[in-house]
Structures are given as C-alpha cells and as structure tokens.
Design a protein around this ligand. Structure first.
Ligand code: E4P
Length: 225
C-alpha cells in the first residue's frame, strides 16, 4: 500500500519526504485554506497554484492532488485543466456529484488523471470508475464520525472493483488514527492518505523506545569510567 500525506503544509511535506515513505500528497480546499488568509479571490487562486507547484517540486515523482472549487461541470473541467497544467504530477480532485461525473469524463477523455473525492458509498465509487476516474477516495473517518463503518466501505469498494477488474485505485482517505491505516492495508487498499500527525504516530512504539534505552544502558556498562 502506498502512503500519501494529507496536508498542504510545506514543512510537514518536506519532513515526510525526507523520511522516504510518501509517494503522494492530497490537498483539499480546507487544508489549503489553513495555509493562507486575508486574500482576494484572485490572490487566493494564484497562491493556491503557487503552493501546488511548490508541493510538486518537493515530490517530483509523486502524485500531488489538487481540488477544483467550481461546482458545475464546465467550470470544473476548465479548472481541472488549469491545475493539471501546473506540473506533470498533478492529479485533479473532483467531488462526486452529477456535475462532477461529467467533469471527470471530460478530463479523463483528455488523459488527465482524476481522483473522485467525497465518496461515501460503493455506488458513488462505481460511478466514478465508470466515468474514468483513476482514483476514488472514500472518506472513512467521516463515515465513522456519522456512526458508520468506514473500513467496511473501503473493503466493499475494493471487492466491487475486483469483481469487475476495475483498474481505478482506491485511496483510503479521512484517516483519523494508525489503526485505520493497518485496517485498510489488511483490506488491500491501494493507497492511504494520512495526516502528518498520524504518520508520526505510525513511527512510534513504546517497545522500540524501551528497547533502544536498554541497548544504550547495556552498551554503557562495558565502557570503563
Ligand atoms: C482526502 O483526500 C481528504 O483531503 C481528506 O482525507 C479529508 O479528511 P478529513 O475528514 O480529515 O477532512
């Protein structure tokens, strides 16, 4: 399973890239909005584009997901093409609505990779794949928040895709904690996109810390004072 970082923060991305474990980044309007404020609409658009270019440079071999803001198909298509022109490794995120499906099919016809986002059901995932999305992002944490079973949704989408040999990759998104990551890996998700905090939690284990301390103490015993 590949790991993406779910953030628009450059420092977090730089650190994660230096660990050599991430093969992509997902952003969304909320994550990008955390990184800027007090701008006109046009300034915000230009800053967003600049940020995406910077992220693409930090991860030249990885997929960098940038989401459209328009809500009708032609607007999403136009914005999607604009985002895809920022760098070769941009993947355009399109929300799963009827307008979004039209935009996905238009972008797919142009050979632009699309990640269908805000997916909350198997049917939405099937529609995204049928429209030509390269990726679908079920938001498992938000399903859990609403009292459902997010991991089960990821598992069901994977099963449906396997049944029909659908090549669209499943990105487990809206991950809240390390157990989500393990669970979706066991289900066979292609990618999990994780917040920086979760990536840091995944590294740590108390027994690793204890083991390291023991090695240090034992080694120091043989050193003459
Ligand atoms: C995925 O691409 C989204 O950016 C993200 O996972 C949303 O997660 P949230 O529910 O934590 O906002």
């Amino acid at each position: 399973m590949e790991l993406y970082l779910d953030t628009a923060n450059l420092e977090e991305i730089k650190h994660a890239v230096s660990l050599g474990v991430v093969s992509g980044v997902t952003t969304n309007p909320s994550l990008v909005a955390k990184e800027q404020e007090g701008l006109t609409r046009e300034e915000a658009r230009l800053r967003f584009h600049q940020l995406i270019r910077q992220i693409c440079r930090l991860l030249p071999e990885g997929n960098v997901n940038a989401e459209v803001l328009a809500e009708e198909a032609q607007g999403m298509f136009k914005e999607g093409k604009e985002l895809a022109s920022l760098a070769e490794n941009v993947v355009v995120k399109i929300p799963l609505t009827a307008q979004g499906l039209s935009a996905i099919s238009l972008l797919a016809e142009e050979g632009i990779p699309v990640n269908a986002t805000l997916v909350f059901s198997v049917n939405q995932a099937l529609l995204a794949a049928a429209a030509g999305a390269s990726y679908v992002s079920p938001f498992l944490g938000r399903i859990d928040d609403a009292g459902g079973d997010g991991v089960a949704l990821v598992s069901q989408i994977l099963k449906a895709f396997r049944n029909y040999e659908i090549s669209t990759s499943v990105i487990a998104a809206s991950i809240r904690h390390p157990r989500h990551v393990t669970a979706v890996a066991l289900e066979g998700a292609h990618i999990a996109t994780v917040p920086y905090r979760v990536l840091m939690q995944m590294i740590k284990h108390p027994l690793t810390e204890q083991g390291l301390e023991r090695f240090r103490l034992d080694w120091n015993k043989i050193i003459r004072k």
